[in-house]
Design a protein around this ligand. Structure first.
Ligand code: NI
Length: 398
């Protein structure tokens, strides 16, 4: 079975919603335009919903023709754009200066709306479907905020599902894996406080540049010597700032700033501890003072085996079994859907949107690129995948 026919017939309508959302891009916790558009559609279709979840989020519920299975699933789309100046030159390019849907969240929302309309008309399932429109995925912890505000207590469910469009995968393919598919994203800042002075008399200083350099090198041993080779992790120092520009002055302090990525909370905590120990001991060795701020930002996105079993079945119905890779490589990029997967089993998958032989078209551009655009050709796939999850997990006839 390819994409659901009645959804395919509606591709232009769904694409019009997507392009309207694209034109009116807003960033974290300011997604008011998207919220209004979604709420208007839900009202039009008579679907009960709650606004104001995590400020700009919305949750709606559709009951199937029967609900005696007692089952429920949650389907999630993220809503926010990025602080990027769009350069696509498309007729529906963002009208908001410096704000752009460069990650395709406009397409995720439109796909979920398409599924919502279909599921509400057909109700071809036994149970409930909760539709989660989540704000602030891009560094705003919108998923955590919705959970804190009682998302799964108010809308209990057995599984939660989401997807991201993937420019490096061709249209018509869906990739997934059991376990970690996207990494945790943490941030660290290290301030080395030494003693500044004349560059010609280093004996009277505590040189923070030399100390910071030792730290950068020592941090490289965390992944190579502390983390098991079987696990995966990244420790990257991305900023190193010290000095005022003068060639003959040793500054009083230096700053290191960077990120840590892993697929497991155990590894994450181990890295934090090791980083504190390395920094503390180097500080002692050089008689300096060091402040370290380690910020746990985004959980790893870890799919459960039972969630992937449901996702694989639904994906195969839409794009065919041979076009579903159930053991794809993970990515070290981050995604806050991981917070939902800590609360509930489920799956996060990648839906291909790349176009072969045209690597420079907007759909094949990397995510967060100013020339990127969501590929409207995959809207029927996204909507059908969401709908198939409900119909597969909660069939009317058993
Ligand atoms: Ni994204």
């Amino acid at each position: 079975m390819p994409v659901i026919n009645s959804i395919a017939d509606r591709k232009d309508e769904i694409a019009a919603w997507r392009q309207e959302l694209h034109r009116n891009a807003q960033t974290k916790y300011e997604e008011v335009y998207a919220g209004d558009l979604i709420a208007k559609k839900l009202e039009e279709w008579g679907i009960p919903h709650t606004r104001g979840f995590a400020k700009t989020g919305i949750v709606a519920t559709i009951e199937g023709q029967k609900t005696d299975s007692g089952k429920a699933i949650a389907l999630r789309a993220d809503m926010d754009a990025l602080d990027i100046q769009e350069r696509t030159g498309l007729p529906y390019a963002s009208c908001n200066e410096g704000k752009m849907h460069a990650c395709g969240h406009d397409g995720h929302m439109a796909s979920l709306l398409g599924a919502t309309k279909y599921l509400n008309e057909t109700k071809n399932f036994n149970g409930k479907v909760h539709l989660i429109f989540q704000p602030a995925e891009e560094g705003g912890s919108g998923a955590d905020k919705m959970i804190e505000e009682g998302l799964f207590k108010k809308f209990p469910c057995n599984y939660v599902f989401g997807f991201h469009n993937w420019p490096t995968l061709p249209v018509g393919t869906i990739n997934m894996r059991v376990g970690g598919i996207m990494a945790s994203v943490d941030e660290f800042e290290i301030i080395v406080k030494g003693k500044g002075g004349h560059a010609a008399m280093p004996e009277n200083t505590i040189d923070p540049i030399v100390i910071a350099s030792q730290i950068v090198i020592a941090l490289q041993t965390i992944v190579s010597r502390t983390v098991s080779p079987i696990d995966t992790a990244v420790v990257s120092v991305t900023n190193m700032n010290a000095g005022t520009g003068a060639f003959n002055v040793i500054p009083g302090s230096a700053r290191l700033h960077g990120t840590v990525r892993t697929f497991s909370n155990d590894v994450r905590h181990k890295i934090k501890e090791r980083m504190e120990s390395i920094v503390g001991n180097i500080s002692k060795a050089f008689d300096s003072t060091i402040e370290i701020d380690y910020i746990f930002q985004t959980e790893p996105t870890v799919n459960t085996a039972d969630g992937i079993a449901i996702a694989a079945k639904a994906a195969a119905l839409v794009v065919g079994e041979k076009n579903v890779d159930t053991n794809c490589l993970p990515t070290m990029g981050g995604e806050d859907f991981g917070a939902f997967l800590i609360e509930k089993p489920g799956a996060f998958v990648f839906i291909g949107q790349g176009v072969a032989n045209d690597p420079h078209c907007h759909s094949s551009m990397g995510l967060h690129h100013p020339n990127y655009d969501f590929n409207d050709e995959i809207l029927p796939i996204g909507s059908s995948y969401f709908a198939a999850l409900a119909e597969t997990y909660m069939p009317l006839e058993t």
